[in-house]
Design a binder for this molecule. Structure first.
Ligand code: UDX
Length: 442
């Protein structure tokens, strides 16, 4: 199929590459000419493991192109995918200006009959709005489809090539066979529904996952007080297939470009129809409070933080990405600076982006994790990068002024910590970790 993808952010670029990988011809369009120039030189604007190899392979095979000419891309394609950003407005509502602009431009460029599919996360009813806007600019008939995207940063290519499911929302049933066939090379788990339900599935899924995280974080806070181990609790809960084991890792809360934005947007969507989504409001509040637990633990172990030296390991909102959008590290770092602490920051890939957003004379930027621990009164692990899991804890203690490690992601096993001589604080686990689990299954 000839496909145009409008917007080369995470969703657009990765979808475009993966549709090309499956043998389609794809033109990825963006109005940012610098971004397009970089992409034409096979430089990815996002950090995503393996992305440039996939880009290169498909460009060389003549299946993938990058262009800032939307009109030509639309005219050349049967399917036009809208994948522009829907950032949050100050109210929490999704800002649809880029969607509206894209729809108008697609309408003006329309030559023959096309299918316009939306992959951007948009409030219920937006696809109908897109239909109206396009129709204002063209007489040519067209169809609207909603194909929400569920990829995760850091594993975006693999998630797109091997999705758990694909949701397709449409109202013209004649399109069903073509849309299912297009996606059948990715998976046979294809769920076809109406457009409004497809739009809602995306928000409801993200809100549910965010709820799972806030739920286990609250359980972890209780575990700390009653002496239970949240990692054991999560494993035990996860054995129930109705609950499932994933997204039950307690930590310092969720960040990123989706959960914070989409939870707030869903609260607004509900509010617009006079429904107060109380549960989701609490999920957001719990998430905000959770990141400050790190600071509470620092205070508990060091007393006051003025003039202390704190090493920070990890700035991105999760591993394998340089994305710091809504990362808990942003608020934690700023709060520590305001308390008079001196910080030594290290992240394998996100330091550049963090520094563009926030810098301060009390911050020392370090070349590796151990450097960030030299003479530190405490180290806080904020992102669960693999390299932190492999660090030599005996070397760490040797370099620190005081051997205090605040593990915001529970990355170290009991066996690694025991005997390491560390003062170790994690999330929802007794200290020292006293968990005992029988390996015998009955
Ligand atoms: C998420 C959804 O998973 C994806 O389906 C959707 O399309 C976009 O939003 P992403 O934001 O890339 O993807 O990251 P994800 O891996 O879901 O993690 C989100 C945040 O939750 C991270 O900050 C992560 O650290 C946190 N998290 C995740 C936890 O704190 N505990 C968990 O158990 C899982």
């Amino acid at each position: 199929m000839d496909i145009a993808v409008i917007g080369t952010g995470y969703v657009g670029l990765v979808s475009g590459i993966c549709f090309a990988e499956m043998g389609n011809h794809v033109i990825c369009v963006d109005q940012d000419i610098n971004k397009i120039a970089a992409l034409q030189n096979l430089v990815s604007p996002i950090y995503e493991p393996g992305i440039e190899t996939f880009m290169e392979r498909n460009v060389q095979a003549g299946r993938l192109e990058f262009s800032s000419n939307l009109i030509q891309a639309v005219r050349h394609s049967e399917l036009i995918i809208i994948a522009v950003g829907t950032p949050s407005l100050p109210s929490g509502e999704a800002d649809l200006q880029y969607i509206e602009q894209a729809a108008a431009e697609i309408g003006r460029a329309m030559s023959g009959r096309k299918i316009v599919a939306t992959k951007s996360t948009v409030p219920v009813g937006t696809n109908e709005k897109i239909r109206r806007i396009i129709a204002q600019h063209t007489e040519v008939p067209f169809d609207i489809v909603s194909i929400p995207e569920f990829l995760r940063e850091g594993s975006a290519i693999q998630d797109t090539l091997h999705p758990d499911r694909i949701v397709i929302g449409l109202d013209n049933r004649e399109l069903e066979a073509a849309m299912v066939e297009l996606h059948s090379s990715f998976t046979d788990q294809i769920f076809v529904t109406d457009i409004r339900s497809a739009e809602m599935i995306k928000y409801a899924s993200n809100a549910f996952l965010a709820t799972k995280i806030s739920f286990i974080n609250e359980i972890s806070n209780i575990c700390e007080k009653v002496g239970a181990d949240v990692t054991e609790v999560a494993q035990g809960m996860g054995k129930d297939p109705r609950i499932g084991p994933s997204f039950l890792n307690a930590g310092i809360g969720y960040g990123g470009s989706c959960f914070p934005k989409d939870t707030k947007a869903l609260i607004q969507i509900a509010g617009n129809v006079n429904y107060e989504f109380q549960l989701l409001k609490s999920v957001v509040e719990v998430n905000k409070a959770q990141r400050y637990k790190v600071i509470e633990k620092l205070k508990e172990s060091l007393g006051q933080l003025h003039d202390t030296v704190i090493g920070i390991w990890g700035l991105s909102f999760k591993p394998n990405t340089d994305d710091i959008r809504e990362a808990p590290s942003l608020e934690i770092v700023e709060a520590l600076i305001n308390m008079g602490a001196k910080l030594k920051l290290y992240d394998p890939v996100a330091m550049g982006k963090f520094r563009e957003r926030y810098d301060h004379p009390s911050i020392q930027w370090c070349g590796n994790a151990l450097e960030a621990s030299i003479n530190a009164d405490a180290v806080c692990l904020l992102t669960d990068w693999q390299e932190f899991k492999e660090i030599s804890l005996s070397q760490l203690i040797y370099q620190m002024a005081q051997p205090i490690l605040i593990d915001g992601r529970n990355v170290y096993a009991k066996e690694q910590i025991e005997g390491a001589g560390l003062h170790y604080y994690s999330v929802g686990r007794p200290e020292p970790i006293a968990a005992f689990r029988s390996q015998v299954s009955v």
